[in-house]
Design a protein. Structure first.
Length: 166
């Protein structure tokens, strides 16, 4: 499967099982998402439904879910125009520019949904592929938070917040 055969679209009910499985894969890796609890069908349905928008990356026939993202406000009220997003790419499909397609679609959807800024709060410093992708997409690193993320093995590592105006 090449990166060109991947399409990004809004999630549908029939995607939920694959989305939950992929989300849990990233949580279990313990090196990127802050969440520690795994989703089941009930909590997953509620979690994804609570987002402003969820996009899924599927192969050209729409049969295999290979990535997803969630988009939601980063804060409320006077800061509600700032969005936050998280991305997941199936470990077996990495290196095929799926993340890039997810980020591009997310930027488009964030603007459609009225956000003015997209901010990532906790990009793990050692996640160089994601960091390079964000920088290529025009994001600016805001600094470094020393020891801001606890890895699955208990080690504390730095995180790098990023933002981009839409």
């Amino acid at each position: 499967m090449s990166g060109n055969s991947i399409q990004v679209r809004a999630y549908a009910e029939h995607d939920l099982s694959g989305m939950i499985s992929l989300w849990n894969q990233i949580v279990e890796e313990g090196i990127a998402f802050p969440q520690e609890d795994l989703l089941d069908m009930e909590t997953g349905r509620s979690f994804f439904a609570s987002q402003t928008y969820c996009g899924v990356a599927v192969d050209d026939e729409g049969k295999k879910l290979v990535g997803l993202y969630i988009l939601h406000p980063n804060n409320v009220g006077r800061c509600g125009h700032i969005a936050n997003a998280s991305y997941a790419v199936d470990a077996k499909c990495r290196g095929r520019h799926i993340g890039e397609k997810l980020v591009k679609d997310c930027l488009k959807q964030a603007k459609i949904h009225g956000f003015r800024i997209l901010q990532f709060n906790a990009v793990v410093e050692s996640n160089t592929h994601a960091r390079h992708l964000y920088e290529r997409a025009g994001f600016t690193q805001l600094g470094t938070i020393i020891g801001g993320f606890r890895m699955k093995d208990g080690q504390y590592v730095n995180i790098c917040p990023y933002y981009r105006e839409l």
